[in-house]
Design a protein around this ligand. Structure first.
Ligand code: FES
Length: 165
């Protein structure tokens, strides 16, 4: 990794945005990478704007490397105000935003963020954690943390999907 990229990552980590659970989220998605052992969960809350459902806020938690956290911080800002379809059209390198191009060994870090977002926003895919429409009709209680995911048996609702590299 170049010094320049390392500096940009450190700058993003110095003031990470949108870390933590979003208790009243409409959707949540969790993914893991079996190779590096990283996991990332993203929560999304929608709002109505100009007759469309747009992302009001997105937050994340990560047992992740610095690159994944930096990308998640930037990506959760980037998708604000976008529809689910607009957010889903973003490629991992676009989600990485001002970090710029990632070296090959770090591309999967951005893909982890993309996967969590896709898991939360794509109700019809296998990686879906919870369909957005169904989620919007329920009143979520406190969302489980990633640590809970590891330490408690699942009672349904959240599926952890391991991404292929
Ligand atoms: Fe695997 Fe960054 S090293 S997510």
């Amino acid at each position: 990794m170049t010094d320049d990229l390392q500096k940009r990552i450190q700058a993003a980590l110095a003031n990470p945005q949108n870390m933590g659970e979003l208790a009243d989220a409409d959707a949540v998605g969790t993914v893991g990478n079996a190779d590096c052992g990283e996991m990332l969960r993203m929560w999304v809350k929608f709002k109505e704007q100009d007759g469309k459902q747009v992302i009001d806020r997105a937050t994340f938690q990560s047992f992740g490397c610095e690159t994944a956290i930096a990308v998640a911080s930037l990506a959760t800002e980037l998708i604000r105000g976008k529809t689910a379809a607009e957010a889903l059209s973003l490629r991992p390198e676009e989600l990485a935003g001002e970090l710029g191009p990632l070296p090959p060994m770090k591309i999967h870090c951005a893909q982890l963020v993309e996967g969590a977002m896709r898991s939360a926003l794509s109700p019809k895919t296998e990686t879906c954690a919870r369909p957005v429409a169904a989620a919007a009709m329920t009143t979520p209680t406190t969302a489980p943390t990633l640590l809970d995911s590891f330490s408690k048996p699942k009672e349904g609702g959240v599926k952890i999907t391991f991404l292929d590299n």
